[in-house]
Ligand binder design. Structure first.
Ligand code: ATP
Ligand code: MG
Length: 767
C-alpha cells in the first residue's frame, strides 16, 4: 500500500529524484531542455502532499502561462493518491501565472495601495487611451512623442519594480524629460479610476509586501512551499516578489534553463539565476543532464547550435534514446512553396508514409519566428482543408487589420457593400462621429440607396459638419476611383490594393501607431498583399477568402498547431517544422543590426527552444525569395543553418527547385550533404545568383508546381448544371447539388458537402 503512494518517484532518474526529495530549503534546478524539469516540479508537488508536508492550498506554484498551469493541474489530478489530497484540500489554488496569483492577492489588500477590491484591470487599449489624455493635457506634441512610447517606457519601469518615486535620475531625460512626471500622473489617474494595468498587478503586490510586514508574514506562513517553472524568464519585479515571499522559510525551488531565456526584450533577466545563488547562499543546485524528449540527432543539432553562444552557464545533455532521424533541412523557392511543401509533408506524416508510424495532426506543429509567417500556412491549409489551430492569436483572416483592409477591397469591388462601408468610413478617423454617420444612414435608407450614395447625398445637402465633410468627400471620391480602376484595361489588382491602403490613409494609421503590435499589423498587411498574387483580380481573392472562411475546419478534432517560437516554450511535439530560417527573419533584422551579440544570442536561444520542442522529427526550412515591402527579395539562409553540426543534418532537395537557370542560386549551394556543399561565396559569384539579383525588382519566375486554378472560363458563370460530376484537387470527385452564380455546392464522395468556386473544379470526365 505505502509503496504504491510513491509511484511518481519510480519514473524519475536519480538526479530528478534528488531534486524532488530536497523539499526543504532553497533549490535551483538548472538544466537543459527536455530533461524533465517540469516533470520533477510536478513530482515535488505530489511528494509534498504524500509526505504531508503541507496541504495543497499551501503550495505556491508559478507557471509561465495559464495553459501550463491547467496542464499541470490535470496531470496531478491523474496521479492516484495525489488526487485524494487535492480533493480534500480544495485543489491547488495558488498554481498559476505571476499575474493570476497577484490579482488574487491584490483583491484582498487593495485598500493598502489606494484601490477598492473591485478594481478593474485595463487592457493595453484602455491604458493607451488614458495615456493619450494625459499627454494631451500636458501639452506634449503626440506626433513627436507618441503615447505608445510612454506606455513602453512605463511598462519597462514597472518590470524593474520602479514606482514613480523610484525611477532613477539616469532616466530623467526619458520622453522629452517628462517621463517620470507623466508616470506619476498616470498612476494617480489609475487610482482615481480604481484601475490597474498589467504591470501594476505585480508592482502593487511588491509594494504591499515591502510596506506592510504583517501582510507579508501572513503570506510567508501561508505559502509554505514555493515552486517556479521557467525561472530564466522572470523580470526584476517578479524576482523581488518571489524573494520577499521566500525570505522567511526559504522553501523555494526554481527550475530553469539559461539557454532558453527568450524574453529579454520584455525585461526578463537571466541574471536572476545568478542572483538566486547569492540571495540564497545555501541553495542546492541540481543539474539534470539526461534528455528524455528528443532523439539523438535532434538533441545534438540543438546542442551544437547553442554552443555558439558565449556567456552560457554551460551544460552537457545526453540521451539514452535512439539517434533517430537527422534534423532535415530544405530550401524552397519562396514562402508559398514552403507552405505547400510543409502541408504535403504533414499529410504524408499523418498517413505514415515517411518511414515513421503515422503521427496524428495534434502531434505536429509549425513554429514560426514572426506571426506574419502564419498567413502562408493558413491560406494553404484552408485551401487544402487541413485543420489547424493558431495558438496565441486569431487566425489570419480574422485579425482586425486584415478585416479592415478587406473591407476596403470589398468597397472597391462593390461600392454598395454597406457593411464594408460602415467598417471603414471612419477608419482612419475622418472626423465622422456617430451623428454624421447616422445622418448618412437616414438619408440612404430614405432614398433606398447604398450608404456610399447616402454619403454623397449628405455632402450635397451640406449636413456633415466641420472637417468631416472634406474628409468624407475624399473618401467617397477614393472609393469611386478605386472602383473605376477595377475596370481599367491595365488593372493590376496588387498595385490597386497597395494604392487603396495608401490613399485611404489606412497603412499610415498603423505607421503612426507606436504600440508594440503596430509593426506586426503592418507586416500582416504586407502579407495580405502578398496573398493577392495568387489571384487574377481582387474579386477572385475576396471570393477565395469567403469560401475558405466558410470551409471551416474549426470543429475538427485533430489539428496541426501553428504558433510562435515564444509561445512554444515548455511544450513538446513528435513532429516539428521550423520554417523561415533566413537572415533578417530569423535571426530578426533588428537583432542583426544591433551592435554587440546580445540580440543575436537571444535569437539563437530561440532557435534552440525551437529545435528542442521536437521529439522525433524536426524539419528546418528557408525560402530563397520573399516579398518584403512589396518587392521580391532574395533571402539568404539563416546564419544559424551554417552553425548546425553537419553530422546531424540531412539536406533534402525540394522538387521544383532545380533547373530553370536559378537552381544553383536558389539552393545556395546545398548539395546532398552539408560537407560537400559549395561555399556561399562561390554561389554569390555564380552567374545564376547575379542574374537573380538583377531580376530582383521583378517577380521571380515561379517553377511550375501544381495547377492550382483550373480555369474553365473566368468570365462566364458556371458552365455546369445540377448533377454534373466534377473533380477538385483536394476533395476529389463529387456531384453538383447546388449552383449559385459561379459557386457550386458539391457533394464530394469522400469529403462531403462543400462550397467551391467553379473555376477550381474540372468536369470529372476530363480528369
Ligand atoms: P523544457 O526545458 O523544454 O521545459 P523540461 O526540462 O521541463 O523541458 P519536461 O517537459 O519535464 O522537460 O520533460 C520532457 C519529456 O521527458 C516529457 O515528455 C517527460 O514526460 C519526459 N521525461 C522526463 N523525465 C523522465 C524520466 N525520468 N523518464 C521518462 N520520461 C521522462
Ligand atoms: Mg519545462
Amino acid at each position: 500500500q505505502a509503496a504504491q503512494n510513491f509511484d511518481y518517484l519510480n519514473d524519475l532518474n536519480s538526479a530528478q529524484r534528488a531534486a524532488v526529495e530536497a523539499l526543504d530549503g532553497p533549490v535551483l534546478m538548472l538544466a537543459g531542455a527536455g530533461t524533465g524539469k517540469t516533470k520533477a516540479l510536478m513530482a515535488r508537488v505530489a511528494h509534498l502532499l504524500t509526505l504531508g508536508k503541507c496541504t495543497s492550498r499551501e503550495i505556491l506554484a508559478v507557471t509561465f502561462t495559464n495553459k501550463a498551469a491547467r496542464e499541470m493541474k490535470d496531470r496531478l489530478h491523474r496521479t492516484p493518491f495525489v488526487l485524494q489530497h487535492l480533493l480534500r484540500d480544495h485543489g491547488l489554488q495558488w498554481m498559476g501565472t505571476f499575474h493570476a496569483i497577484s490579482v488574487k492577492i491584490l483583491r484582498r489588500h487593495a485598500e493598502l495601495v489606494g484601490l477598492k477590491p473591485n478594481f478593474t484591470i485595463l487592457d493595453t487599449d484602455d491604458q493607451l487611451r488614458l495615456l493619450k489624455q494625459l499627454v494631451l493635457a500636458a501639452n506634449i506634441d503626440e506626433k513627436r512623442w507618441p503615447a505608445r512610447m510612454l506606455a513602453g517606457l512605463i511598462d519597462g519601469w514597472k518590470n524593474r519594480a520602479w514606482t514613480p518615486e523610484k525611477v532613477p535620475s539616469s532616466e530623467a531625460s526619458a520622453y522629452n524629460n517628462r517621463g517620470t512626471e507623466l508616470y506619476a500622473a498616470y498612476q494617480d489617474r489609475l487610482k482615481t479610476l480604481n484601475a490597474t494595468d498589467f504591470g501594476d498587478l505585480l508592482l502593487h503586490c511588491v509594494m504591499i509586501f515591502q510596506n506592510y510586514p504583517d501582510v507579508l508574514q501572513q503570506y510567508q506562513r501561508w505559502f509554505r512551499y514555493i515552486l517556479v517553472d521557467e525561472y530564466q524568464d522572470t523580470n526584476v519585479a517578479q524576482y523581488l516578489w518571489l524573494r520577499l515571499l521566500a525570505q522567511a522559510h526559504k522553501n523555494i525551488c526554481c527550475v530553469g534553463d539559461d539557454d532558453q531565456s527568450i524574453y529579454g526584450w520584455r525585461g526578463a533577466e537571466v541574471g536572476n539565476i545568478l542572483r538566486f545563488e547569492k540571495d540564497f547562499p545555501s541553495a542546492q543546485v541540481i543539474r539534470l543532464e539526461q534528455n528524455y524528449r528528443s532523439t539523438g540527432h535532434i538533441l545534438a543539432a540543438a546542442s551544437g547550435l547553442i554552443a555558439k553562444n558565449a556567456g552560457r552557464l554551460g551544460k552537457t545533455l545526453w540521451t539514452a534514446g535512439a539517434l533517430g532521424e537527422k534534423v532535415r533541412l530544405i530550401g524552397h523557392w519562396d514562402g508559398e512553396e514552403e507552405a505547400r511543401w510543409i502541408g504535403e509533408e504533414i499529410e504524408a506524416i499523418q498517413r505514415g508514409t515517411r518511414g515513421m508510424e503515422p503521427v496524428d495532426l495534434n502531434r505536429q506543429a509549425i513554429l514560426v519566428r514572426a506571426s506574419h509567417q502564419m498567413r502562408a500556412f493558413e491560406d494553404r491549409f484552408l485551401t487544402i482543408g487541413l485543420p489547424y489551430r493558431v495558438i496565441g492569436g486569431p487566425r489570419f483572416y480574422e485579425r482586425q487589420e486584415i478585416r479592415d483592409a478587406m473591407a476596403y477591397f470589398r468597397l472597391a469591388v462593390s461600392p454598395d457593400d454597406d457593411l464594408a462601408f460602415e467598417r471603414v468610413v471612419n477608419l482612419p478617423k475622418r472626423g465622422l462621429g456617430d451623428t454624421a454617420q447616422s445622418k448618412i444612414n437616414v438619408l440612404a435608407r430614405a432614398a433606398g440607396v447604398p450608404l456610399l450614395d447616402g454619403a454623397r447625398e449628405a455632402l450635397a445637402k451640406g449636413v456633415i459638419p466641420g472637417k468631416g465633410a472634406a474628409q468624407l468627400r475624399a473618401f467617397v471620391e477614393g472609393v469611386d476611383r478605386w472602383h473605376a480602376a477595377t475596370f481599367h484595361p491595365e488593372y493590376d489588382h496588387i498595385r490597386l490594393a497597395e494604392t487603396i491602403l495608401d490613399e485611404s490613409g489606412y497603412t499610415e494609421m498603423w505607421q503612426n501607431d507606436k504600440t508594440p503590435e503596430a509593426p506586426g499589423r503592418l507586416d500582416n498587411l504586407k502579407e495580405l498583399v502578398k496573398a493577392l498574387e495568387q489571384f487574377d483580380n481582387l474579386q477572385g481573392f475576396l471570393e477565395h477568402v469567403s469560401l475558405i472562411m466558410d470551409n471551416d475546419t474549426e470543429g475538427a478534432e485533430e489539428k496541426v498547431t501553428i504558433m510562435t517560437l515564444h509561445a512554444a516554450k515548455g511544450l513538446e511535439f513528435p513532429v516539428v517544422f521550423l520554417p523561415g530560417w533566413e537572415d533578417g527573419l530569423f535571426p530578426s533584422q533588428r537583432s542583426m543590426d544591433e551592435s554587440g551579440v546580445k540580440g543575436l544570442e537571444e535569437e539563437r536561444r530561440l532557435a534552440y527552444v525551437g529545435i528542442t520542442r521536437a521529439e522525433e522529427l524536426c524539419t528546418i526550412s528557408f525560402a530563397s525569395n520573399r516579398r518584403v515591402y512589396g518587392q521580391w527579395q532574395s533571402q539568404l539562409p539563416s546564419r544559424f543553418i551554417d552553425e548546425l553540426p553537419p553530422d546531424h543534418v540531412e539536406v533534402l532537395t525540394a522538387p521544383g527547385l532545380y533547373g530553370g537557370g536559378y537552381g544553383a542560386a536558389a539552393q545556395v549551394g546545398f548539395g546532398s550533404s552539408l560537407e560537400d556543399r559549395v561555399s556561399k561565396a562561390d554561389v554569390y559569384n555564380s552567374p545564376g545568383w547575379r542574374r537573380m539579383q538583377e531580376n530582383q525588382s521583378h517577380r521571380p519566375i515561379r517553377q511550375p508546381v501544381e495547377a492550382r486554378h483550373v480555369v474553365i472560363d473566368a468570365e462566364a458563370l458556371s458552365p455546369y448544371v445540377l448533377g454534373d460530376r466534377v473533380f477538385h484537387q483536394k476533395f476529389g470527385y463529387g456531384e453538383i447539388v447546388g449552383i449559385e452564380g459561379d459557386k457550386l455546392d458539391v457533394e464530394f464522395d469522400r469529403a462531403g458537402l462543400k462550397k467551391v468556386v467553379a473555376r477550381w473544379v474540372i468536369p470529372a470526365d476530363q480528369v
